[in-house]
Design a protein around this ligand. Sequence first.
Ligand SMILES: Cc1ncc(COP(=O)(O)O)c(C=O)c1O
Length: 500
Amino acid sequence: MVLSKTASESDVSVHSTFASRYVRSSLPRFKMQENSIPKEAAYQIINDELMLDGNPRLNLASFVTTWMEPECDKLMMAAINKNYVDMDEYPVTTELQNRCVNMIAHLFNAPLGESETAIGVGTVGSSEAIMLAGLAFKRRWQNKRRAEGKPIDKPNIVTGANVQVCWEKFARYFEVELKEVKLREGYYVMDPAKAVEMVDENTICVAAILGSTLNGEFEDVKLLNDLLEEKNKETGWDTPIHVDAASGGFIAPFLYPELEWDFRLPLVKSINVSGHKYGLVYAGIGWVIWRSKEDLPEELIFHINYLGADQPTFTLNFSKGSSQVIAQYYQLIRLGFEGYRNIMENCRENAMVLKEGLEETGRFNIVSKDDGVPLVAFSLKDNTRHDEFEVSDYLRRFGWIVPAYTMPPDAQHVTVLRVVIREDFSRTLAERLVLDIQKVLHELDALPSKLTANFSVKCELKKADCNGAVVVKKTALETQREITTAWKKFVMQRKTNGVC
Ligand SMILES: Cc1ncc(COP(=O)(O)O)c(C=O)c1O
């Protein structure tokens, strides 16, 4: 119980060590209370309440890093009071960000000369990075169209329907029409040929995903580049490509170095990556890199001088913490290419352990690919009695957080469960998860179907309402049909949004 009023006015700040021993009445939940409380009490109250959160290490829903080395935690804590934007005051932190931008640009094969520095910026995550990249495309397209005397009121962007919600945000916030290539059962990424068909003179860019949020699959950026080059040649347009490598940007260079998805492809003008996903840093860091200076219109860059010297900035927000930038630099120099490769290989192997364990149950279809982001997305072969949402709910009881969601149009009838394999998800945990999934399946098998149960309860209620005058009798077929319809409705109500 949360209590707030101190027992004695005199000794509160000296003796209070545990909130419930020194406070007596509830803290208002949504209003600031009148009096102060001892720091120990505040700590204890918050700490106690937070115990009810899930365990981040068992949160298999998220790509975002949940473990770092203690040395890096130390560096992050030491920098917690540094505002990143005070670049003149913290020049070393700024220098570390610049080194990160350059290292990542080289990793993505940016065409940089020996003495050339990369064009890019650190952000709060891939979402901010995508907003910035999208704005640069929109402005470039507007500038070109204006110079040609053409209208600029209908910009659009072509993506797959599997894009993460940040692309929908970009489209809505910055008034760009989102043209989505629909998915289909068994094909859950953007089809490059269909994407290129949808390109018109108002398309500011085509966005491809390296590591789809829904099943981890890499889209075929090379094929997209080749088809788009042909279309550009035919039409005289110069529609570019952005690669959303939020997850895959720190995987492909280490596991699939031969795969051409980055600046090796001429139409790829910008790439975003989440430092806090497979960049292996805690939440709060992303990166966007441009191919060259020409791809980032100068008028989007603000120059400020009230913090000291001239500082160019291109971000959506001003102040932010420095710790994540420092942590990214730590990971890059601590691990090097070898370290990242080892970790990614390990993640891939653990994903295989999980995948094979699930296959052995004979109860699941695997929806993810072996190549791509190390995750396993899977759906029940038979979900007529119990569905993936129930499996997810039951796994919670063992502490596992495994999301279930429906695919976007036109594959919305497919429901999947997804387990993201991060560095801190060991082989032992993978094996343990398989055992717990088996237990859940046995438990569910022993239960009546949720919908059958609901349905019979409803029938019973109907009988009771009518004082037994009407007896609801249905054939087995009618019952089955009703169950299927109700189930479909239930599944359709579940949204994919929120999967991150
Ligand atoms: C493909 C993709 N793009 C963008 C994002 C948004 O990333 P962030 O959480 O870094 O803003 C995600 C998040 O999962 C993602 O999977």
